[in-house]
Design a protein around this ligand. Sequence first.
Ligand code: ADP
Length: 802
Amino acid sequence: MIPASTALPKGNILIVDDVPDNLTFLHKMLSSQGYKVRSALTGRLAIQSVLTKPPDLILLDILMPDMDGYEVCQQLKAGEETCHIPIIFVSALSETIDKVKAFSIGGNDYLTKPLQVQEAIARIEHQLNLKRLQQQLIDRNQQLEQEIGARQQAEEALQLAMREVTDIKFALDQSAIVAITDAQGRITYANDQFCAISKYSRQELLGQTHSIVNSSYHPQEFFQQMWQVISMGQVWKGEIRNRAKDGTFYWVDTVIVPLLGTDGTPHQYVSIRHDISDRNRATLDKIRATLATWHLTKAEEQVRLLQSVVVNANDAVVITEAQPLDMPGPRIIYVNEAFTRMTGYQLEDVVGKTPRILQGEKTNAVTRAQIRAALESWQPVRAELLNYRKDGTEFWVDLNITPLTDDIGWVTHWIAVQRDICERKEAELSLQRQAQIIDQVHDSVIVADLKENIISWNKGAEKRFGYQPQQILGQPLAQLCASEEHGFVQEQIFRPLLEKGEHEIEVQMLTKAQEGFPAHLSLSVLKDNEGKVVGLVSYCIDISDRKRAEAEILNTLEKERELNDLKTRFVSMVSHEYRTPLATILSSLELLEYYGHRSTESEKQENYQQIRLAIQRMTDLLNDVLTLNKSEAGKLTFNPAPLDLGQFCQDLVNELQRNIKTEHQIFLSVQDQCPQAQMDEKLLRHILSNLISNAVKYSPQRGTINFEVRYRDHRAIFYVQDQGIGIPTEALQNLFQPFYRANNVGNIAGTGLGLSIVKRLVDTHGGSINVESQVGSGTTFIVTLPLTAEDGPVLPENNQTE
Ligand code: ADP
């Protein structure tokens, strides 16, 4: 058995056999191989079936009753529609003669019954493949035939088109001026007509752009607009005035056609032109004639009016032709009398010449170029120009040039109106010079308008305030003033200035870096040409140095005053403090001298003692003055040495308690475990004994004095507290000034030197002294000293008595 196939039908096969069993067998065999099979029992039925629907292959039995296989084959091979269907004979006839016959009448193959299934299928497959290939060949042939046909048609069309193009080109060349340019506008083709009208040879034209025939007649925008159109691939049409090689002009009606490349952008431009010079001339003449008649009456009147204006004008009027803008320049056809007055040239001197005769060496080339550019594009232009008179002297003019067009808008002339601006230029120059001078000034010059905005300033101001002109001009003047007072500039600067016409004021100014400085402002009003006040001018001098010097002088004066005060107080105190013991000494000596012989020994001793005490008082005072002097001169010596503070304080209190003649009690309290101290014993003794003595002196009889010693943070703190008269608040700040005494001391003796010396000794020790006091309740002095010099100085507390 042959394995069944499930694939789609591989071909359409007709089996022709008169034996139904054969048909059935073949049908099964082929169907199982995926072929679509139909059957015919007779030759006639087979031919009918083929004609109805041609199969891809026919398996044909030879021996059949009414029409044998040979005949069927012959008929099919004779038919146009059926001749290409492959026929395989299937027959029991196995003679070579049979096979030869089968092949000779067009059979494609021959299978002998009984069939070898594999062989039969292979041959069927082979025939079908052959047929497919044949079909493909036929299809391809047909396609090729079609293509060849199409190409032939295209070639014919192309040839036709070429012929047409050549004809058109020929026609164009005969009738028009033709040029072809590349994308950059360089001429790559110029026909004879182009050469003829432009009077350039073809060699001269090729490679050039059309500017070779540019007549400078059309403004630049005209050509810019043209390029815009054609470079976008669109056709441009217009009329152009060109200039031939010999300088003559011709008008051409122009069509420019861009030829697009495969990328869609223009690769070439074809220009087709027609000479319309005559036509234009004729049209123009016609238009002019019409317009002329139409406007005649009105125009004549206007012309008369205008003429009288021009003739009598104060400004010079020059009328020139429109061309040529190149050398020698447009010719003058008219100048008025003002021109003669201004330049010294008479009308006959200048007619036919160019206005360029007025220009000379110093005439600004840039301005001239600007004027030229404007004229080239038919634009009116205004400029200031340096001109030369006939006698060679210079003068400045404000020049206004206007194009004069004819009725259809073509520029035919230029009218130049010149105003003599020498005076203004002179004024400008003088202003410039003044501005230069002002810029040289070291101080600031600031100009502000009435809206209080800065409108100008000099280099000095720029330097002092640190702003660039563009940062400050237009800004309010208040920006330069340090005052935050509302309306300061108006109230302090503008109002007094406008009232008095000038004004001076010292104000604090502010730089860009927000640094304030004192300044003296000399202000004057700024007026316009009509004398109207339009702002202010401020001459601003930085007076920082002056202010500093003033402050220094004041300081020195203050010190001198203090010194004088000190001297006065010193003299009065010393004289007083010396007079009292001296008087004591004197009276004791007198007693001894006159009554000594009558006095008892104890009375004498009493007098001697008085003298000793008085001398001691004078010595103490002298010592105090010397100590103070030493400290002022920075000559106090500081000799720290290890010191047992507890013991030292105890000894000091004992000594003082012994020496005081009153009934005051001194109580000492020392914190336990005193750390090792390094102090100058002499200085410390002086400090503490002075404070304790004062506490005794300014306390009532039998008062108690608390002396306390504490340690904290490497510091020793000494408290000396009494319940005495206290110190008035206003006296606290002067307490350490030499010779200062509070006004509540009454007749308690003293020099006012003690505390000032104490302060200096405390300072020498790197310590600080503070005081807390209440009048009538008592006073506490607090001295803080570093335990050793290594502990660093005591920073002063924020205490007014320090
Ligand atoms: P004086 O020789 O006047 O005592 P000091 O320099 O020692 O000079 O003191 C200056 C002034 O400080 C004193 O005149 C007094 O007014 C005031 N003063 C000092 N110590 C005390 C105190 N413990 N109680 C009240 N006032 C004092």
